[in-house]
Design a protein around this ligand. Structure first.
Ligand code: MG
Ligand code: MG
Length: 256
């Protein structure tokens, strides 16, 4: 069942989301060649716990060992932070972060370049981030969950990139993952109606090659089947009478 949130509950989720937004600003200068993904994970854990009442929502979730997911290059999601995964010039790294604050979760992800990246990688990042923006804009009262995926499809068509179809966005609330599922590959007018108080994580994932994925032997890391690079951008968004409210932004970035 889909749990609708009150405006007060949405405000708490937004406070957790602001911690994530601040973290994503602070982590950026730390993402450079020579840094391990485990170091980034340690910074994330310290940063989140420095806020009273806040814990990393992914730590131990379904047994996940890290405080954030760090997925590089052909890794799409759920990469485990490692001491021996040292970032190199030209890599892409997606950092997926969940915060639980006063019992409420928020969820966001961003894909960063490591040093200078090639034109192919820039194109991948630009289109995926833009697909997220379009999907957020489609998250309006009177619409349907399928409109969100349809917005991603419309943006990605003609770019040569593929939408990862087997991984989806989701409702967010007391739990990181709630109903409904929010596919990135949708048809307008289909799926559950978007209702006031729904809070969803919207998270398009695109690859340079195939949309097909597989999970590595570590039982976590999801990679593209053909080894081409992937990107992942995610925001937690509330459906409100005033339009989509992005909750994983710093207060200064929040639209008036
Ligand atoms: Mg996430
Ligand atoms: Mg998510």
């Amino acid at each position: 069942m889909i749990h609708l949130k009150t405006p007060e509950e949405i405000d708490v989720i937004a406070r957790g989301g602001a911690i994530i937004a601040d973290f994503l600003v602070e982590i950026r200068p730390r993402i450079r060649p020579g840094v391990s993904t485990l170091e980034l994970d340690g910074f994330a854990d310290d940063f989140i716990r420095a806020h009273a009442g806040a814990v990393p929502a992914f730590k131990g979730l379904y047994g996940f060992p890290g405080s954030v997911c760090t997925s590089t290059n052909e890794e799409v999601v759920h990469g485990i932070p490692k001491a021996d995964r040292i970032l190199e010039e030209g890599d892409l790294i997606s950092i997926d972060v969940g915060v639980k604050l006063d019992g409420w979760c928020s969820d966001s992800a961003w894909t960063f370049p490591v040093g200078e990246i090639d034109e192919e990688a820039k194109h991948l990042l630009e289109v995926t981030e833009d697909a997220l923006d379009r999907a957020v804009a489609a998250t309006v009262l009177g619409g349907y969950v399928g409109d969100i995926g349809a917005a991603v499809v419309t943006r990605v068509e003609g770019t040569g990139l593929s939408i990862i179809r087997d991984l989806v966005g989701h409702g967010v609330g007391r739990e990181v993952h709630e109903e409904p599922q929010v596919p990135n590959f949708g048809r307008a007018g289909m799926g559950p109606a978007l209702r006031e108080g729904m809070v969803v994580a919207i998270e398009p994932m695109l690859s340079w090659g195939t949309f097909e994925i597989q999970t590595l032997d570590d039982h976590w890391t999801v990679v593209t089947q053909d080894g081409t690079r992937a990107a992942h951008f995610e925001h937690t968004v509330a459906v409100t009478a005033a339009g989509p409210r992005v909750l994983t932004v710093a207060p200064a970035e929040a639209p008036a």
